[in-house]
Structures are given as structure tokens and as C-alpha cells.
Design a protein around this ligand. Structure first.
Ligand SMILES: [Zn+2]
Length: 311
């Protein structure tokens, strides 16, 4: 399928005015080679009832939204499509309150849950790791505390950031929350986010030492001229991240959901040079039919932290 997406809100409204056209679009993105049975891989199916397909081989019945983030939603797909447009068409995304208003949703909770489900679709399964020269550094998110010295993390969330060097600019980024500044946490992130063989540039924090499989470019703090940073790429990413969290989301982001906001920030940042906002919409819909459903109970459950699982 060639990349086929609406370019403007007008095109979106015109094209996706019924659940049928939304379903056809999801179908083409989920099964670009034609219908495939999620259970046995069979390729032949016939339509039984409305929106339901039965596998010719194993008789399993499924719909285009079963097994995707749209599963079990009471909202029409036309509403989902508008939500995905709102999330992707604006440079800074949209808050739950903003989405509730613009779509006329009955409750804040509905808007909040929609955005969280969409964030699950912002990380592409099996995405490529960063490569080349990559800066890695940490930052904090949370209440400013007086009297806390150094790298203590009480009451704050610790975020680790990887940023690829791209000429004088920034290439792609990866962010995630980590539990502490120990060697397993830091090295675990590097292994997960950065292709072995790459050059990893860090500050002088001892826990970064002993990095295996990478070229370690350790920048030891000397006298920094005013306004200059040891790791300027990460510094820029962090200031953009904080501006976004404080601006679009007014700082109302709890630690337990922070990783999903980091995913959304990364999704948008890594596509910031995309010529068309419609292309972001296309990517989001494409990934939304590839990731597993996220029932409400899993949205409010605290996330596990610092594990080695690939996200
Ligand atoms: Zn089957």
C-alpha cells in the first residue's frame, strides 16, 4: 500500500465520515497483503454478520479492530480518527481537556483514556536502535525540593535520555524512566536504546564506566563556559521535553504515567522533520492496529520500572 493519508482536516472530515470508511482504512493498514487469520495465518475468509470475518481454515471469527487498541471501545471509529488527527496535526499534541473539548466528549476520563491508548501505539514494536554518536544523560521530573543535594531522587522521577548526533543537530532520540543511577539501570538503557558498536558520550558519572560493546566517550566536567553544556544535544531535548510537559500538559503528569508521555514526545520529536502532519497520522493509525489492546484497568495500573524488557 502506498502511503495514503489525509493532508488536511478537510480531507479527513470528507473521507472518514462513516465507520465504514474508517474500517476500510484500518483493514488496508492491518492486512496490507490481504486478510490474514490472527490465529492460524489462513488467508481465506468470508464475511459473517457486519464487520466480522470467519477464517476459511480454522473458522475463527475476528473483526478489523479485534486485537488492536480500538477493541472494546464504545466510541465510533470516526471519533477515534478525529482524536488521532488532533494528536498528530498539532506540533505540541493535545491535552485530555483539549481533546474532550474539541471532540465534544462526555467526560474527561474518556479523553484521558483515549490519549493513553494512543500513546501505546506510539512506540513501534521492533524499532531500530540509535546509532553513530549518541549522547546519554539523565534528568529529573517532579517537585523541586529544597535541600536536596546532588543526584538524590526522592520525590522525583529520573529520566534517561539518548540523543543521536546529526551534523550540528539532533537525530533521533530515546527516553525512559529509570529507577536509579546504578550501573544496571544506565547500561540497561544503553543496550536497549543504542546499537552496539556506536559511540556513547556521557559525563563523568562513575556508573557509566565499564561499558562493553560500545566506544565510550567520557566527557569529564571541567570549567564550562557560561551557557555551554557538556552534552548539548541531551540538554536541548530535555528543555523541549519540560516545556512540552509544562505547556501542553501543564505539568499534570504523574510519575506512574510518565513513560507514556515520554513515548508521545519521542514519537513527535523523531518525526519533527516530516513534511506532512498527515504522515504522522498515517504512522499512528498503522501502529494502532499493530499493538495489543490496552484495557482501561491497564491504563491506571502503575508501570513496572527499569526492567530489561524491550519496549
Ligand atoms: Zn484461521
Amino acid at each position: 500500500m502506498t502511503e495514503d493519508y489525509p493532508r488536511t482536516l478537510f480531507e479527513l472530515e470528507k473521507r472518514f465520515s462513516s465507520d465504514g470508511t474508517c474500517r476500510a482504512y484500518l483493514f488496508a493498514l492491518r492486512w496490507p497483503e490481504g486478510w490474514t487469520c490472527p490465529r492460524c495465518g489462513g488467508r481465506n475468509a468470508w464475511a459473517v454478520r457486519r464487520n466480522l470475518w470467519r477464517c476459511g481454515a480454522c473458522r475463527y471469527e475476528t473483526s478489523v479492530i479485534a486485537g488492536t487498541i480500538f477493541q472494546d471501545s464504545h466510541l465510533p471509529l470516526t471519533t477515534w480518527f478525529r482524536a488521532m488527527w488532533q494528536v498528530t496535526c498539532q506540533k505540541s499534541g493535545v491535552s485530555a481537556l483539549g481533546l474532550q473539548r474539541v471532540l465534544g466528549l462526555g467526560s474527561y476520563k474518556t479523553a484521558w483514556a483515549m490519549l493513553h491508548k494512543l500513546r501505546r501505539a506510539m512506540v513501534r514494536p521492533g524499532r531500530d536502535r540509535l546509532r553513530g554518536v549518541v549522547e546519554v544523560d539523565e534528568t529529573y521530573w517532579g517537585a523541586e525540593e529544597k535541600g536536596v543535594i546532588g543526584r538524590l531522587t526522592k520525590g522525583k522521577a529520573l529520566i534517561i535520555v539518548g540523543a543521536e548526533e546529526d551534523g550540528k543537530g539532533i537525530g533521533r532520540i530515546r527516553l525512559r524512566r529509570i529507577l536509579d543511577l546504578t550501573k544496571p539501570s544506565l547500561h540497561g538503557f544503553i543496550l536497549q536504546a543504542i546499537q552496539p558498536g556506536s559511540t556513547v558520550r556521557t559525563d563523568g558519572l562513575p556508573a557509566y564506566m565499564g561499558l562493553e560493546g560500545y566506544v565510550h566517550d567520557r566527557q569529564v566536567q571541567r570549567h564550562q563556559p557560561e551557557g555551554e553544556h557538556l552534552l548539548p544535544l541531551v540538554h536541548r531535548v530535555v528543555s523541549l521535553l519540560k516545556r512540552w510537559l509544562l505547556g501542553t500538559h501543564q505539568g499534570a503528569v504523574g510519575h506512574e504515567h510518565l513513560d507514556y508521555y515520554l513515548d508521545e514526545f519521542t514519537f513527535r520529536f523523531n518525526r519533527r522533520k516530516s513534511a506532512s502532519r498527515g504522515k504522522l497520522f498515517y504512522r499512528l493509525v498503522q501502529q494502532a492496529v499493530l499493538v495489543d489492546p490496552a484495557p482501561f484497568a491497564t491504563l491506571i495500573k502503575p508501570q513496572s520500572l527499569g526492567g530489561g524488557g524491550v519496549k
